[in-house]
Design a protein around this ligand. Structure first.
Ligand SMILES: Cc1cc2nc3c(=O)[nH]c(=O)nc-3n(C[C@H](O)[C@H](O)[C@H](O)COP(=O)(O)O)c2cc1C
Length: 183
C-alpha cells in the first residue's frame, strides 16, 4: 500500500486518538546549541533500540525549535521525568526561558541534566533518519544513571502517576516474574 493512500484514509485526529491509548513515559531531551546555550524539549516518543551497541531513539517534530539543535548536536541527554515533574513536561513544551531558575547538573559536554529525574541517558548522536514530519534521532548511550524515583506516565492526553494501588494492579501475577523474558 502506498503511503499516499494511508495518509489520505486516516485523519490525523483519529490517529492521535488511537496513539493516545498507548501509555508512555515522559522525557525532557536536552542539548547545547551551536552558540553554547542550553536547549530542551519535552518528548514522549522515546524508546529502547539495541543493547549491543546500546542505542535509544526519540522522534522530534521537524517544526520544533529543538529539531535543528538535536540533528546538528554531537551529543544530547534524555531526562526521564519523575511522577512529580509534570510541571517540567509542560514547561519544556511551552515558549519561554525553559531553564530559568531550574536546578541542573552539567553532564558530558556541559549538557544540563535536570535534578529529580528518575533516569538519565547521556548519548552521542548516532544517526538521524527523516520520517514524515518527524526525524528519528538515534543515540548511543555513553553514560546513564537511575535514581529509583517513580516515573511520570502519559496516557490519553493526560499525565498519570502510578499510585501504590495502581502499581499493584499493574504488577503481573507472581508466576509471571519467573518467565524468562527481559521485558
Ligand atoms: C507530554 C508531551 C509529549 C510530547 N512529545 C513529543 C515528542 O515525542 N516529539 C515531539 O517532537 N514533540 C513532543 N511534544 C511537543 C514538544 O514538546 C513541543 O511542541 C515543543 O517543546 C515546542 O517547542 P518549540 O515551540 O520551541 O518548538 C510533546 C509535548 C508534551 C506536553
Amino acid at each position: 500500500m502506498s503511503s499516499d493512500v494511508a495518509s489520505a484514509a486516516i485523519e490525523s485526529t483519529t490517529l492521535r486518538h488511537a496513539l493516545a491509548q498507548f501509555p508512555s513515559g515522559v522525557t525532557v531531551v536536552t542539548a547545547i546549541t551551536e552558540d553554547g546555550r542550553p536547549a530542551g524539549c519535552t518528548v514522549s516518543a522515546f524508546s529502547s533500540v539495541s543493547l549491543d551497541p546500546p542505542l535509544v531513539l526519540l522522534c522530534i517534530g521537524r517544526d520544533r525549535t529543538m529539531h535543528d539543535v538535536l540533528t546538528s548536536a554531537e551529543r544530547f541527554a534524555v531526562n526521564v521525568l519523575s511522577a512529580n515533574q509534570a510541571w517540567l513536561a509542560l514547561r519544556f513544551a511551552r515558549p519561554g526561558d525553559r531553564f530559568d531558575g531550574l536546578a541542573t547538573n552539567p553532564g558530558r559536554g556541559g549538557i544540563p541534566l535536570l535534578d529529580g529525574a528518575t533516569a538519565y541517558f547521556e548519548c552521542r548522536t548516532h544517526q538521524a533518519v527523516a520520517a514524515g514530519d518527524h526525524t528519528i534521532v538515534l543515540g548511543e548511550v555513553q553514560q546513564l544513571a537511575t535514581t529509583g524515583r517513580d516515573p511520570l506516565c502519559y496516557l490519553r492526553g493526560g499525565f498519570r502517576d502510578l499510585l501504590p494501588e495502581e502499581r499493584e494492579r499493574c504488577a503481573p501475577p507472581a508466576e509471571e516474574w519467573l518467565l524468562p523474558v527481559q521485558w
